[in-house]
Design a binder for this molecule. Structure first.
Ligand code: C2E
Ligand code: MG
Ligand code: MG
Length: 749
């Protein structure tokens, strides 16, 4: 406790600016030391010289004694139980001027002793006189000369008895203790403060061994005071820092007299916590360091919260990539480096992400974004160089790239990293990015300009058929503007009756007859003129307009088929293209069923053309939809086969009817051996799986001859006929005469 009081005075001082706290503590301590000593001396003196004292007091003639008392701040008193008088001599102006006083006991009691303390004084006196206490000791308020009350402590002893042994005289010393009481009060408050402080406080000796700790310190460290006291403070050292950190901290403490900072410490449980520490030295009256006092708080949670906040402010929580704000900040910093430093901004947008999100659900969409982020990061490497702007938009920054092919190389690598399907919640999902590239300073001098231009280039990449990259060029800016115009015009297309269907016949190489037609959409915009499906279909898909457009196309083509039948056209198949967005609609199969029924069509008339990406986006769901369509008697074929990621063996699991070899392979026939090999392989394998093969985009007789040689089932293309309006198509079919030499041997009807 003794130490504790000292320490607490010191601790209370730590909160004050960094002075060493010894002064107050030492003053209090020295005060007590002197007091004790003087009291002892006084008692001894009083005892030895009692008789003489009485005499001196009575006459008040010993000036030397008066001077000595004056110097020590002590007063002498004497209580004569015989004469019932109290006499005293004091430097304090208690009840009159300083000097010697004597008054009747009852006056003393009523005038000098505070009313509330009288009983206590009496009790102390009785206890001593009646032998229950070896000394008389009382603390009470006495009236000073100016009428105010001063606290005094009086001690004394019975020094004389009469002939019958009755107590006759008690004598002793007293002193004003107002200052001490204030000091003690201060200490009590300081102690209470430390006891209740939320910060842990510890006092160590100069060897850094604990001497005292407060309850908060016990709480924070998990150790009880008794486990800590006597132990080295290093027992709390954490392995999070090398030991040199603690050594360095002590060195600085010795050098400057204080140290503050953050330090990892270890709790009793072994768990580390981050401590905010302020350590100060306590010096003795000779100016030597006698103790260290440390005030500590556990800021682990706060730090974590700070980190979390910083993370939230700078990173995207879904993917862990830098967010839009951080990307902008980073880019701005880079641009501040000046135009000598070339920075390429790659702006990525995942192709058809929206459809996957709609069809597989948001959870899968999130997972897909996470995985896409991972792939991107893997290619780019540095986390600082990638970012997610939001949605399915990502960025990559390439710094100090001087050659265009360096940028192209990275862009190609990114595309390549997406070439394999992603595994999303058990589904294999194919997704590709479209990348727009803008280079600082050539393509934009400001942050926003650069972002805008990379974005425009990205749209260009999408328009070029996706899964590709495009550098920004000035004409792109107009394209972006153009797209906006296109989009708003497209929104009104259906209401304004601007859509129509044309029909392109397919020829069966087995029968030599027209086996069916494919319905292809056309848009003639009142404002913009004829727009090709390659341009407006992707926009319709992205905006979701394709759902209404697709339903319209299905209705329209089935009605057309009905009309043709009424006009006596032979029964053939009518193929309609269906995009992923439509397939993702849970009611799609129901819609088809309803349309077939309401048009009272014979089974097997309707054919649905799906691209591989439609199937791969959500294989399970697509597989189910395909099976349901087949159950309705609808034929299903895979359009543009060979351009996606699906393999024939994958198609085996799907109940489809035919594959349509993409025009790009057909184009290569006669001049590209690879394409020829591929085409014949596709035909062979498809047949082995029981699938029919249709070649699309056949433009020449040589292509046709090759395909016929490879046993291809059907062809479609300009060689046979371009897409035509219904009337033209009808007369074409009705008047069609197949050239005999082209029909496959063993042709069936
Ligand atoms: P697709 O389904 O693969 O259609 C074949 C495309 O090739 C058509 O282009 C057709 O006009 C064209 N084509 C046919 N034979 C030849 C040829 O010998 N040479 C050349 N150069 N081209 C030929 P189109 O009509 O521009 O349609 C483009 C794509 O737009 C279609 O490709 C299809 O994916 C999509 N599309 C068209 N109509 C619809 C529709 O109603 N719904 C959906 N979802 N997509 C549609
Ligand atoms: Mg098609
Ligand atoms: Mg096609």
């Amino acid at each position: 406790m003794r130490f504790r009081q000292r320490a607490i005075v010191a601790v209370a001082s730590v909160a004050m600016p960094a002075t060493c706290a010894a002064a107050n503590g030492a003053a209090g301590w020295i005060g007590f030391g002197i007091l004790g000593w003087v009291v002892a001396l006084g008692l001894w003196w009083a005892h030895r010289r009692a008789a003489a004292l009485q005499q001196h007091l009575a006459s008040a003639s010993d000036t030397r004694l008066s001077e000595a008392l004056h110097g020590s701040g002590l007063g002498l008193w004497s209580w004569n139980l015989g004469t019932r008088r109290v006499s005293w001599s004091s430097a304090e102006r208690i009840a009159g001027s300083a000097g010697d006083h004597s008054m009747a006991e009852q006056h003393w009691r009523s005038q000098v002793v505070h009313r509330d303390d009288r009983a206590q004084v009496e009790r102390a006196l009785a206890d001593h006189v009646e032998g229950r206490a070896p000394h008389y000791e009382a603390v009470y308020r006495a009236r000073s000369a100016d009428g105010s009350w001063v606290w005094i402590r009086a001690v004394g002893k019975l020094v004389e008895r009469d002939a019958n042994g009755r107590p006759l005289r008690i004598t002793g010393t007293f002193r004003g203790i107002d200052r001490e009481r204030q000091e003690a009060e201060r200490q009590r408050i300081a102690e209470a403060v430390v006891e209740h402080m939320l910060e842990g406080v510890s006092i160590t000796d100069t060897d850094f061994r604990f001497e005292s700790v407060n309850p908060a310190f016990e709480r924070v460290t998990g150790y009880s005071a008794s486990e800590l006291i006597g132990q080295p403070a290093s027992m709390l050292n954490s392995l999070q820092h090398p030991p040199s950190v603690y050594v360095e901290m002590r060195r600085k403490l010795a050098e400057r007299g204080s140290w503050s900072g953050e330090l990892w410490q270890k709790q009793r449980s072994g768990a580390d916590f981050l401590a905010q520490l302020q350590v100060s030295c306590v010096r003795n009256d000779l100016g030597q360091v006698s103790h260290y006092v440390a005030v500590m708080s556990d800021i682990t949670d706060r730090k974590r919260a700070e980190h979390r906040l910083r993370f939230l402010a700078h990173y995207d929580t879904l993917t862990g990539l830098p967010n839009r704000a951080f990307v902008r900040q980073r880019l701005r910093q880079l641009l501040e480096g000046g135009p000598d430093r070339r920075v390429a901004l790659l702006f990525l947008d995942l192709d058809r992400f929206k459809h996957i999100n709609d069809s597989l659900g948001h959870k899968a969409g999130d997972e897909l974004l996470r995985q896409a982020a991972k792939r991107l990061r893997l290619v780019v490497g540095d986390l600082d160089r990638v970012g997610r702007l939001g949605g399915d938009e990502f960025t990559a920054l390439l710094i100090d790239v001087n050659q265009r092919d360096e940028i192209e190389h990275v862009a190609a690598e990114i595309l390549d990293s997406f070439s394999g399907p992603l595994l999303v919640m058990g589904h294999e999902v194919a997704i590709s990015p479209s990348i727009g590239i803008a280079v600082y300073p050539d393509d934009g001098r400001s942050l926003d300009e650069l972002l805008q231009h990379a974005d425009a280039a990205m749209y260009q990449a999408k328009a070029q058929g996706r899964n590709t990259y495009r550098f920004y060029s000035h004409s792109l800016a107009e394209d972006a503007h153009e797209r906006t115009r296109l989009e708003s015009a497209l929104r009104r297309a259906l209401d304004r009756n601007e859509l129509s269907l044309v029909y392109q016949p397919k020829l069966s190489l087995r029968s030599g007859r027209i086996s069916g037609v494919e319905a292809l959409m056309r848009w003639h915009s009142g404002e913009l003129g004829e727009i090709s499906p390659a341009r407006f279909i992707p926009i319709a898909e992205e905006t979701g307009l394709i759902v209404a457009f697709g339903e319209w196309a299905l209705r329209q083509s089935l009605s057309q088929f009905q009309r043709w039948q009424e006009q006596g056209l032979p029964v053939l198949r009518i193929a309609v293209n269906v995009s992923q967005v439509q397939m993702a609609r849970p009611d799609f199969v129901d819609l088809v069923k309803h349309l077939i029924e309401s048009h009272q069509l014979p089974a097997g008339v309707l054919e649905i053309e799906l691209t591989e990406s439609v199937l791969m986006a959500d294989p399970d769901r697509a597989g189910k939809a395909v099976a349901d369509l087949r159950a309705l008697g609808v034929r299903v074929s895979i359009d543009d086969f060979g351009t996606g990621y699906s393999s024939l063996s994958y198609l085996r699991g799907l109940a489809i009817d035919a594959v349509k070899i993409d025009k790009s392979f057909v184009d290569g026939i006669e001049n590209n051996v690879d394409d020829e090999v591929l085409t014949s392989t596709i035909v062979l394998m498809a047949h082995s799986l029981g699938l029919a093969v249709v070649a699309e985009g056949v433009e020449s007789e040589r292509q046709l001859t090759f395909l016929r040689g490879e046993n291809c089932d059907e062809i479609q293309g300009y060689w046979l006929a371009k897409p035509m309006d219904p009337e033209l198509c009808r007369s074409f079919i009705q008047s069609f005469e197949p050239p005999k030499r082209l029909v496959l041997p063993g042709a069936r009807g």
